[in-house]
Design a protein around this ligand. Structure first.
Ligand SMILES: [Zn+2]
Length: 370
């Protein structure tokens, strides 16, 4: 790693959530809820988590401990403001409880907004996050990405008080994930690490998290993708995804996410698949400005130390995961491109991109990945 620039006005960084990590760690959930001063739990999840049997495993732990609980499992793949309203109404009916978010990024993000919305005033209800994918790092911050269907844009809802108090990182909960979801969520974690390294908001602390995250995910994601039952690979990718979440929470991200959010908003493409479609093109666009950060990413991925090596490694990794496709194969119509470019320009996440962008440049980038 090169020497990171020291911020002229210093650093003020709060540690994020407490982590409980390890295979089988879900068994600690009743004690963790108790330590937050609650004896009741309101679980927020989605139907996929229920269908995979993961919700039942968690409910069995709560039932055995005699904890009263209710379940809201109506979170869609890209949660909307109406998801938040109905989840909050259910929580108000259930009454005071710890909120347990169980799932990938969507249930975790929805849970933050629901925990906030259900309270008449701040702070929001205490939140425990149990990721069932290794990707989003959503357990590390108090902000949820929620879609406003009227504008097809992402809105960021949240508050420091609904940053999860505890994250239970139990890799056993991810061993049943299908390979294509392992690929999409794991690639999201890799992009979090790379974009965090090159972000305008990067600092020595975020870079430490990001470099380790990139190293873990690049090395172990292909193994977890090949054999989903490999618990060591699942464990290391889960830690990598969490560290990437710590990194991005401190640094912000960049244009891969700006475009990715806009593509998902227009075509419903899964987050990681949308990122994979534009990753190489955006890295090439940024390479002159972000050369040193990309060199750090290359070294973390075990490749040579320049931007070209990082771009090659990231592309090869995505290809090995069979996740990279042109936008035209992802439900994106050519006439959506101007609106995608506009939404990406307006997305606050784009402001941390190392290189400046104009809407016209983004439109050109989209044409080359179409
Ligand atoms: Zn992401």
């Amino acid at each position: 790693m090169r020497d990171q620039e020291l911020p002229a006005d210093g650093l003020s960084i709060e540690p994020t959530c407490r982590i409980e990590f390890g295979p089988g760690r879900i068994a600690a959930l009743p004690r963790l809820i108790d330590e937050l001063g609650h004896r009741r739990a309101y679980l927020i999840t989605d139907r996929g988590v229920r269908a995979a049997g993961v919700l039942d495993r968690v409910l069995a732990v709560l039932t055995e401990a005699g904890l009263e609980h209710a379940v809201f499992d109506d979170v869609a793949a890209n949660p909307t403001l109406s998801t938040v309203e109905s989840g909050a109404a259910g929580l108000e009916r259930f009454g005071s409880a710890a909120v347990v978010a169980l799932g990938g990024g969507s249930p975790l993000d929805a849970a933050k907004a629901i925990a906030l919305r259900a309270q008449p005033r701040l702070p929001g209800l205490p939140l425990l996050a149990i990721p069932t994918t290794a990707g989003t790092g959503a357990e590390t911050n108090g902000f949820g990405v929620i879609e406003d269907p009227a504008t097809r844009r992402k809105v960021y809802l949240g508050h420091a008080s609904v940053r999860p108090a505890v994250a239970v990182l139990d890799p056993e909960l991810t061993t049943g994930l299908p390979a294509r979801i392992t690929a999409a969520t794991g690639l999201d974690a890799l992009v979090h690490g790379i974009e965090s390294l090159s972000s305008r908001g990067a600092n020595p602390i975020s870079a430490a998290y990001a470099a380790q995250a990139v190293a873990l995910v690049a090395r172990w994601l292909p193994v977890a993708h090949r054999d989903g039952t490999d618990l060591e690979a699942r464990s290391r990718v889960m830690l990598g995804a969490h560290l990437a979440g710590q990194a991005l929470t401190l640094s912000g991200l960049g244009l891969v996410h700006g475009l990715g959010h806009a593509i998902t908003g227009h075509a419903g493409t899964p987050h990681g698949v949308a990122l994979a479609a534009v990753l190489e093109t955006v890295m090439e666009f940024n390479a002159d400005t972000a050369g040193e950060a990309y060199a750090d990413a290359a070294r973390a991925m075990g490749a040579g130390g320049d931007a070209a090596a990082a771009i090659r490694c990231a592309r090869d990794l995505a290809d090995g995961l069979e996740i990279r496709a042109p936008l035209r194969d992802l439900g994106v119509h050519r006439d959506m491109l101007p609106s995608i470019a506009a939404a990406a320009t307006a997305d606050p996440v784009t402001r941390n991109n190392p290189a400046n962008t104009t809407e016209a440049q983004l439109h050109d980038l989209l044409q080359t990945t179409y």
